[in-house]
Design a protein around this ligand. Structure first.
Ligand code: IPM
Ligand code: MN
Length: 372
């Protein structure tokens, strides 16, 4: 298969991790005989510095002529701490989602068996956790009208949803549940918000055409608690934009590190694949960022094109790296592996799938990494 992939590394550790995901994709290309062509373009603070615009027209054009987008991370403290900033890096990502029609963000949350001890949560609570969040991505409070009074003393953000915006993601979530354990939980705040009551009505009536899927409803405050108390109860969670943003970061604790969580944004012909983590500016260029979320996002890209065997090869290589302790310091304080070495190991495993030659086990046990 031939694929044109737009690379938007963005800010902070974005470039560090995207580079590793590209290595994995190149390894897949070589091992399975595919041809992936990459075209890089600036976005976020990097693009503001270059052009004044967080999503330059030329970058959008690169995305639109590609089959998929691999995105790194976005955000820079120099904008976070300036409430008066007129242009912000994040606007680039939001505009990109909107312009590409990416109304659904899929975020799988899993407890990796080899990392179960790393999570701050108790092993018996998280073991076996396997759920997926379907987060609405182009509506709600993120995109509603924003106001700031002239004297700067009052502000508002409008949260708005239409039936059709809810319907289209609801169908995707029901279909996903149907192919999994057949349970869908709508997370909302219907005891307070009108938009949530609309979500309940629309999702409830769509549910009638998916009688094999059990549908239940949970207020977001309760959901935040249940995700930590008993994450095993969830299969597919469907929720609006802001709630999805918050509970997915919360869910990442289950896996042991936010550096492990991948996501796919879909809705139109072009899909975008990105880690759920932020730009972690303190780690930029230091070779310490965990590249796994970006590499697993690349695996989701492969799945999107029905390259299941290829995606499985990437996931297996990631599992091997975790099993062998070839991990970045967020997962093991003692680890001497950096972003590049972890990326090398994973790409190498995809290519050679050879348990014996990649790594000098003795050295690993002594914590002296050598990839040979
Ligand atoms: C995410 C991020 C973004 C969001 C930010 C960077 C705008 O937190 O993808 O979860 O809030 O959607
Ligand atoms: Mn987020």
């Amino acid at each position: 298969m031939k694929l044109n992939i737009a690379l938007l590394p963005g800010d902070g550790i974005g470039p560090d991790v995207v580079e590793q995901a590209v290595k994995s994709l190149q390894a897949v290309g070589e091992a399975f005989g595919h041809s992936f062509h990459f075209e890089e373009a600036p976005v976020g603070a990097a693009a503001i510095d270059e052009t004044g615009d967080p999503l330059p027209e030329a970058t959008l054009a690169v995305c639109k002529r590609s089959d998929a987008v691999l995105f790194g991370a976005i955000g820079d403290p120099k904008y976070d701490n300036d409430p008066k900033a007129k242009v912000r890096p994040e606007q680039g990502l939001l505009k990109l989602r909107k312009s590409l029609g990416l109304f659904t963000n899929i975020r799988p949350i899993k407890a990796f068996p080899t990392l179960i001890e790393k999570s701050p949560l108790k092993k018996d609570i998280i073991s076996g956790t396997d759920f997926t969040i379907y987060r609405e991505l182009t509506g709600g409070i993120y995109f509603g009208e924003k106001k700031l009074s002239e004297d700067g003393s009052t502000a508002s953000d409008l949260c708005e949803y239409s039936e059709s915006e809810i319907e289209r993601i609801a169908h995707l979530a029901f279909k996903a549940a149907r192919s999994r354990r057949k349970k869908l939980t709508l997370v909302d705040k219907a005891n307070v918000l009108e938009t949530s009551r609309l979500w309940r009505r629309v999702v409830g009536s769509i549910g009638e055409s998916y009688p094999d899927v059990e549908l239940d409803f949970l207020f977001v405050d309760n959901a935040a608690m249940q995700i930590i108390l008993n994450p095993g109860q969830f299969d597919v969670i469907l929720t609006e934009n802001m709630f999805g943003d918050i509970i997915s970061d919360e869910g990442s604790v289950i896996g042991g590190s936010i550096g492990l969580l991948a996501s796919a944004s879909v809705g139109s012909d072009i899909g975008m694949f990105e880690p759920i983590h932020g730009s972690y500016p303190q780690a930029k260029g230091k070779d310490i960022a965990n590249p796994v979320a970006s590499i697993l996002s690349a695996a989701m890209l492969l799945e999107h094109f029905n390259l299941q065997e290829e995606a499985d090869a990437v996931k297996l290589a990631v599992e091997k790296s975790l099993e062998r302790g070839v991990v970045t310091p967020d997962l093991d304080k003692e680890s001497t592996y950096g972003t590049v070495k972890v990326g090398d190991f994973i790409a190498d495993y995809i290519l050679h799938n050879d348990d014996s030659t990649q790594i000098n086990r003795e050295n690993i046990e002594f914590g002296q990494s050598t990839i040979i």
